[in-house]
Design a protein. Sequence first.
Length: 252
Amino acid sequence: MARVPVIGGNWKMHLDLTEAVALATDVRNRLGSTRGAEVILFPPFPFLKTIADRVEGSSIQVGGQDLHFEKSGAFTGAVTATMLKSVGCSHVLVGHSERRSVFGDTDAVVGRKLLAALDAGLKPVLCIGELLEERKGNQTFQVVARQLQSAIASIPVGRLADLVLAYEPVWAIGTGLTASPEQAQEVHAYIRQKLADLHGASFATATRIQYGGSVKGSNAAGLFTQPDIDGMLVGGASLKGEEFAQIVKARA
Ligand code: PEP
């Protein structure tokens, strides 16, 4: 079964409103009628509504970079899944390595966030991946298996149809070090096997697994040649419309 490629642009904590609108306009002009691939932008929270309005009517979708697992309450600085939906988000990143390492999101918290996203009808992009010392210690498979298992094992497979996974080796994020296509494929194939073990072969075959970690216009095509790489989650290179479009067009 052919999986539709999915490419996300994670703008992280960059840009001001004027720059964000200019970037979204540029991306819309270049990619707004993309067929054969899904394109999702993940702007900072304050720009979400503006950017969602800016790309409305095009094929580009918008997502939040994070969410809180509670439905409301005294959680200063946090946002809920329904808030994200109400400003035009279809997707949300869950468990990005920067949330795990900088903000202390544990596997348990990531699991609760995933459930909160699903409860609200947001499509989650669940990020998993190993640290450099874990790779050096040959623990990559163990780490991604643990992250995957703790997030999705207890969720009925029928609720996971919109789940997208992002394999992001932490040592490759923002470092300029990209996993080689073969290194990435090895882990993607393992993740797909793990999905089959947890929830069956048809779920594993249908679920899209993005690669993330210093993806650029120049290395996207090579990564896309691999059979289990179904898309990219792009940080730095998504801040340049032309380069982001090059990445999407490497597959679309
Ligand atoms: C990311 O933010 O998920 C990411 C992969 O960043 P970069 O492309 O800059 O490595």
